[in-house]
Design a binder for this molecule. Structure first.
Ligand SMILES: Nc1nc2c(ncn2[C@@H]2O[C@H](COP(=O)(O)OP(=O)(O)OP(=O)(O)O)[C@@H](O)[C@H]2O)c(=O)[nH]1
Length: 396
């Protein structure tokens, strides 16, 4: 099976129809997930591809998203399909806001609440994300997310976070609507995509016209590799610290690390005022006043979330610490006698931003010697108590 993800209107249905038309021999079934009341996409697939006449089957799932509420239902549906029909390939179009990881997980590993176990029946072959080249910059620069009513302080996700998930977790990136964008701009978008997601193959398309063999039976999907493929994860693992390596399109990424806590207010100010060119930021940090919790940063486009993310190994009982050291020797290597693993590692990925001044600004946010000597652990902070949430809304 192949799963198509991508934001609203990126061209998933168009791509699906193209595949079904150009592979007449393909004995396929299709599952379309649409969040609306009426499953417009399923109608379109049905109408434009004569699927029903080919004795194929389309499952429509509306009123919910297959990455969360409908996970179990989705499995039951494809289980029924496997029982009742004889077909070779399953194509899934997920809704524009679907997160690809839980969808992939559901198919690759099953889901506890479902009666049907897909492993051994379905084989997840390729995760495809369709990216709209025409609205690419707008999706990250518009600031829509922050004024959008759908964002609330409880931490609901915003569209650009879904888009970032789709870019970071896939095997094939289809850069669609290339007819609407000049070549030099496409080169820039591709440079950004490559940095955000170094593993995926990027294919430029117009009207979803991709050769079927590029996304069917590619054998590319591997859950573990896909989970590790985000550009920011690689940066952290490979430790490209403070390195400036911007490519010919001005795309650069670097890791900032510090073994002292940040001044929370200075840092939150910096986070909310990051240069426009910073498309992605991710990592963990040590915030003065939070001795026990590791804080997380998660920025996609205009959306910036920060807040409690985990526990420092240093705060765990000794026996548990030993288990961590055994599993991840890297922790021990960077262990500070006084502070243990407390510290910060933040990845920034962006385009045409002044890296040097950002590093200086970050350094200014770290506690000074004097601040450290005073009460390093007595700073109030604007971050939420329980979880990461939108920073701009964090002070209400
Ligand atoms: N100019 C241009 N238009 C395109 C291209 N691909 C798709 N479209 C148009 O963009 C619109 C959205 O395409 P869909 O295929 O419905 O997008 P989708 O991702 O399935 O959309 P949702 O299911 O609503 O999330 C349609 O009007 C398509 O005809 C393209 O490459 N170039």
């Amino acid at each position: 099976m192949t799963v198509l993800s991508g934001s609203l209107g990126a061209g998933k249905t168009t791509t699906l129809n193209h595949i079904l038309e150009s592979e007449q021999e393909l004995n396929a079934a299709v599952l379309v997930n649409d969040m609306g009341e009426v499953n417009v996409d399923a109608d379109l697939v049905e109408r434009e591809s004569d699927l029903t006449q080919n004795d194929d089957e389309i499952i429509e799932m509306s009123n919910g998203c297959i990455c969360c509420r409908l996970r179990g239902d989705m499995l039951d549906e494809v289980g029924r399909l496997a029982d009742e029909r004889d077909f070779e390939y399953l194509l899934v179009e997920s809704s524009g806001i679907s997160e690809p990881i839980p969808v992939a997980q559901t198919f690759a590993r099953g889901f506890e609440d479902a009666d049907f176990d897909p492993t051994g029946v379905y084989e997840l072959d390729t995760m495809v994300s369709v990216v709209d080249a025409h609205s690419f910059w707008k999706a990250f620069d518009s600031g829509q997310a922050l004024t959008d009513d759908s964002v609330d302080p409880q931490g609901n996700r915003v569209p650009e976070e879904a888009l970032m998930d789709q870019i970071e977790f896939c095997d094939i990136l289809l850069l669609n609507k290339c007819d609407l964008v000049p070549d030099d701009e496409l080169d820039e978008i591709e440079a950004v995509l490559k940095t955000l997601q170094p593993r995926a193959k990027i294919i430029r398309t117009e009207h979803g016209a991709v050769a079927p063999e590029e996304i069917l039976n590619t054998g590319r999907f591997d859950f573990n590799r896909a989970s590790q493929s985000a550009g920011w994860k690689r940066e952290l693992q490979e430790g490209h610290h403070h390195e400036s390596a911007s490519d010919e399109h001005g795309v650069a990424s670097f890791v900032f690390d510090a073994d002292r806590p940040f001044h929370p207010e200075r840092l939150s100010e910096l986070f909310t005022g990051l240069p426009d060119g910073i498309i992605r930021a991710k990592g963990f940090f040590w915030s003065a006043g939070r001795e026990d919790v590791a804080m997380g940063l998660d920025k996609s486009g205009q959306s910036v979330r920060a807040g409690p993310k985990g526990t420092w190994v240093a705060t765990l009982p000794k026996a548990q610490q030993e288990r961590y050291f055994a599993a991840r020797p890297g922790i021990k290597e960077n262990w500070d006698e006084q502070w243990g693993d407390r510290g910060s590692e933040l990845v920034f990925i962006g385009r045409e931003f002044d890296q040097e001044s950002l590093v200086t600004d970050l350094e200014d946010c770290v506690l000074s010697d004097a601040e450290m000597d005073e009460n390093w652990n007595e700073y109030p902070d604007p971050f939420g108590r329980d979880e990461q949430r939108e920073l701009v809304l964090a002070d209400d």
